[in-house]
Design a protein around this ligand. Structure first.
Ligand code: SF4
Length: 60
């Protein structure tokens, strides 16, 4: 089980994470938030590596 965490200081609100996994990520007011710890459908680490500013980290 991995828990993604977003550094809101550097998130630019591009929406990539939300478009890949709307169960876990939600962009509101230009910043992404984590709304669930994990989902069973996708790989949080992959989403983290697709963030253009590396704002997503994973806590094991
Ligand atoms: S992919 Fe990264 S920069 Fe884009 S909304 Fe998600 S956390 Fe923010």
């Amino acid at each position: 089980m991995s828990k993604p965490k977003i550094n809101q200081e550097i998130c630019i609100g591009c929406g990539t994470c939300e478009s890949v996994c709307p169960q876990v990520f939600k962009v509101e007011n230009g910043k992404a938030e984590v709304i669930a710890e994990d989902c069973k459908d996708c790989n949080c680490e992959e989403i983290a590596s697709s963030c253009p500013v590396n704002a997503i980290s994973i806590e094991e």
